[in-house]
Write a protein that binds this ligand. Sequence first.
Ligand code: PMP
Length: 366
Amino acid sequence: MTITTQFATVPHSSPASQERVAEVLAAPGFGLYFTDHMVTVKWSKGEGWHDAQVGPYAPFTLDPATSVLHYGQAIFEGLKAYRQPSGAIASFRPDANASRFRQSAERLAMPQLPEELFLESLRELIAVDKRWVPTRQGDALYLRPFMISTSTGLGVNSPAADYLYTVIASPAGSYFSGGIKPVSVWLSTEYVRAAPGGTGAAKCAGNYAASFVAQAQAVEKGCDQVVWLDAVERRWVEEMGGMNLFFVFGSGENARLVTPELTGSLLPGVTRKSLLQLAERLGHKVEERRISTEEWEKAAASGELTETFACGTAAVITPVGHVKHANGEFTIGDGQPGTLTMKLREELTGIQEGTRPDPDHWMIPL
Ligand code: PMP
């Protein structure tokens, strides 16, 4: 198979004005505005990866019979590029996203993009769209690599023969511009996100399509977010919306962390993996194991469980303050952000913003 790592660059003929970029960066929100360019790389059976290009951000034209529109072979990633104090741009563990992208591709019977090509695609996009990387603390440029099947035809017996890999980028404001506010969560026993043997560990579009109805139900119940339970017993806690969960038992130096183990039906978060390492480095015991909703509620009531938080690329760390389920509700601690939650948040955002030591070299220049 040929791997074309030579990117052709086609500059945008009328890029956004400097004033427009400043206007967007003043209030970026999340996922609303896109930079001037995008990366595309094609894959075809027999040919492998080809036609790598950095070109103007533009709509796709797809035949109505394009496979992705019917059978949903679509995977994506999400990571951020941060402005460092030197003015340089670096991203947080992009190699981990490259590796997860390959694993998602494997589960969806799609071609696996070589990790070096994934990283190069990010570098190519940053090279032309640097001015869109925010400088304000807490803001970043969100990078969205994704891949879709592009073969035309409705045959469903085999995966598509053509794919399109794309990277777009969108300036992202701090999730918590108004201060860190704990979220309330709804334990979903009616809907499940992922089942054993399913696609829960893959970052595929369909997982998100199937989540909206449960998220809407959580909001109907007066909560901010949905918490997913296992598909079989509806008893074991898996994730919160698009974030992984952590539970803190005890307090102070003896505080220990528990996070649901990777059973195959939850997404292996890059933030989750990093916090396990970071907490251990700070001297805390960490455990990956199953945790039931009963244990969560009982330990919160007895005071043994002191904090709960969710983590992910978009919001980094979000405290969970209150939990509701079909038979009742409970509060975590005093419902306010926990001490360890905030300490880990500060440590991690410090590494990402380049203001704290980065002993494991998680930040990779782009
Ligand atoms: N779970 C789900 C379902 C997600 O979509 C995400 C976001 N990618 C996460 C967890 C957190 O993963 P990460 O830390 O890699 O952003």
